[in-house]
Unconditional design. Structure first.
Length: 401
């Protein structure tokens, strides 16, 4: 079915109303919403009317007097959105999706807007690819303990023996995101995951939350000294995918290898308004962003785990993380990285796209790039089997040189 049909066939409005009414998540998010959502296409509009505690109403055409929330895109962009090739939270291809309405109210209803688009995608008949493989059950013991880093109580988990692999987590996350990495690589490596200050079981820094990757890099260097790790491999994702690149530039001879998952040399992303909304509207902002960043091969249980993990963070801590992420720029120092480096990304990650990774790879001398098909921004959660296999293959190659 073409996207034009979705917006012009009179039968589709009734079908969308039925789809939304049957969607438990949409009903929960829109339960108390009194307002209208216009989905605007080159060839027409669909208007969704939400009435508190009543089934939604959907009609063709724009509402009289205008809508409270408008999602607008051209025909080609709607095709990409409904095929699952883009997400409206990313702004669509080249920023071709626009939203209209009160910006704070839009943020407050972000889940409802996102779930409306997902319902329309289901009506379009977008095929779902086979899911990525599930990790095997394991009895590998993971030990948790606390260490003192310059007076700060820091929680670490570790398992295995051999070359140390230090895992640094993404913004708003903690050691839980590496649970499959800890058990999946322990047969070959000493795998260590750490809760960054203010995350998980680690206490916040006495001077306040971190707001830059440089602060996190300095903390990681001190942790390495406290744990007495000799030439470790450093592995990070997203915010920490950037941090491990900075670590490599700061101390070129200090690491056996670097694994940057969903990292890049320059990651301008969230603006000041969105960062502020994370502090005041964290539950309704972080959840749809987490969902939008998961890949098409990510099965529902692992997609829900991504949401659960990200939404556990203290909002002001997550905002600090993302402030540092948005300001990160290592482009002038990439040539300082001497350690063999793996840049790994999921093909469905709109936040760190292929162009950002290619530009980063061009500035590093000893580098490999691996893309996991149908995977999003959190590959060790979404697709742990293929993620671990890619990391293992890379480390086997570079450590045996």
């Amino acid at each position: 079915m073409s996207t034009t049909d979705l917006f012009t066939d009179p039968r589709l409005a009734a079908r969308l109303a039925e789809e939304l009414a049957a969607d438990a998540r949409w009903r929960a998010d829109a339960r108390w919403l009194a307002g209208t959502i216009e989905l605007r296409h080159d060839h027409g509009s669909l208007t969704v009317r939400s009435i508190p505690c009543e089934p939604p109403q959907v009609a063709q055409g724009a509402p009289e007097g205008g809508a409270d929330f408008v999602v607008e895109a051209g025909a080609d962009t709607w095709s990409s959105l409904l095929a699952g090739e883009a997400d409206f939270l990313s702004g669509g291809p080249a920023g071709t999706v626009t939203t209209h309405g009160d910006p704070v109210a839009t943020m407050h209803e972000l889940r409802t807007l996102h779930n409306t688009l997902l319902a329309l995608r289901r009506l379009a008949g977008t095929p779902t690819p086979a899911p990525s493989p599930a990790p095997e059950p394991t009895s590998t013991e993971v030990r948790g303990r606390y260490v003192d880093v310059d007076g700060l109580r820091v929680h670490v988990e570790e398992t295995g023996d051999g070359v140390p692999v230090l895992c640094l987590h993404a913004a708003g996350q903690d050691t839980v995101m590496y649970r499959h990495v800890l058990t999946g690589l322990a047969d070959r490596f000493r795998v260590i995951a750490v809760d960054a200050p203010g995350h998980g079981k680690s206490l916040p820094p006495p001077g306040g939350r971190f707001t830059s990757t440089t602060e996190l890099a300095a903390f990681a260097e001190r942790l390495i000294e406290v744990l007495e790790l000799d030439l470790p491999v450093v592995l990070g994702c997203s915010m920490a995918g950037n941090t491990v690149l900075e670590l490599g530039a700061r101390r070129p001879d200090a690491y056996r290898a670097i694994v940057s998952a969903e990292g890049a040399a320059h990651t301008p992303s969230l603006d000041e308004f969105t960062l502020d909304m994370i502090t005041t509207h964290a539950a309704v902002v972080l959840e749809p962003f987490a969902r939008s960043l998961t890949g098409r091969r990510t099965p529902p249980d692992r997609a829900e785990e991504v949401v659960w993990q990200l939404c556990r963070a203290a909002p002001w801590i997550a905002q600090g993380d993302l402030t540092g992420y948005a300001a990160f720029d290592l482009r002038d120092r990439l040539a300082d990285i001497a350690a063999p480096t793996l840049l790994l990304r999921g093909s469905d990650d709109w936040l760190v796209d292929a162009k950002k990774v290619a530009a980063t790879a061009a500035g590093i001398g000893d580098v490999e790039v691996v893309t996991l098909d149908g995977t999003g921004h959190y590959p060790m959660i979404e697709n742990p089997v293929e993620f671990n296999a890619a990391v293992r293959a890379f480390l086997d190659r570079v450590l045996d040189r």
